[in-house]
Design a protein around this ligand. Structure first.
Ligand code: FES
Length: 144
């Protein structure tokens, strides 16, 4: 058991034992749902966006320790980033911020990247619809 734990960096263990930003955001601007069909782990990531900047992020992960640590880290990394900047966060950047992951656990960091991208896509879809609706309403006002 001790040998297996020695594969993980102190930072991974710290984020696994004390994950940051666990939970849901009330009225989120974007929600990402992803799962790994091989291991069965599931991740949900919520974002709050203001003026194209991610001001809050939370997660709920049903998964392994690496999945929990990477969820925790990705929510820390995205806060304060623009939506565009957040889209550039790769699973390698998340793993690196955690001091690395054992090669066999790199796929867990991929789940964190996919959850973030899924939440951003959800935000972009909703905001486009919102913009289109507001544009339509404005057009109606000008016609009247
Ligand atoms: S084993 Fe499934 S995400 Fe880690």
């Amino acid at each position: 058991m001790r040998d297996v734990l020695s594969l993980y960096s102190e930072k991974v263990m710290e984020h696994f034992k004390n994950p940051r930003n666990v939970g849901e955001i009330e009225n989120p601007d974007g929600i990402g749902h992803v799962g790994n069909p091989v291991c069965g782990d599931i991740m949900e990531l919520y974002i709050k966006v203001k003026d194209e900047v991610i001001v809050d992020a939370k997660f709920k992960t049903f998964g392994c320790g690496a999945a929990i640590a990477t969820s925790s880290m990705v929510t820390e990394l995205v806060k304060g980033k623009t939506v565009e900047g957040a889209l550039k966060i790769s699973n390698h950047a998340v793993a690196e911020a955690l001091g690395g992951l054992p090669p066999i656990k790199m796929h867990c960091s991929l789940l964190a990247e996919e959850a973030l991208k899924s939440a951003i896509e959800d935000y972009l879809t909703k905001s486009k619809k919102g913009k289109a609706r507001r544009h339509k309403e404005n057009a109606k006002c000008k016609i009247q």
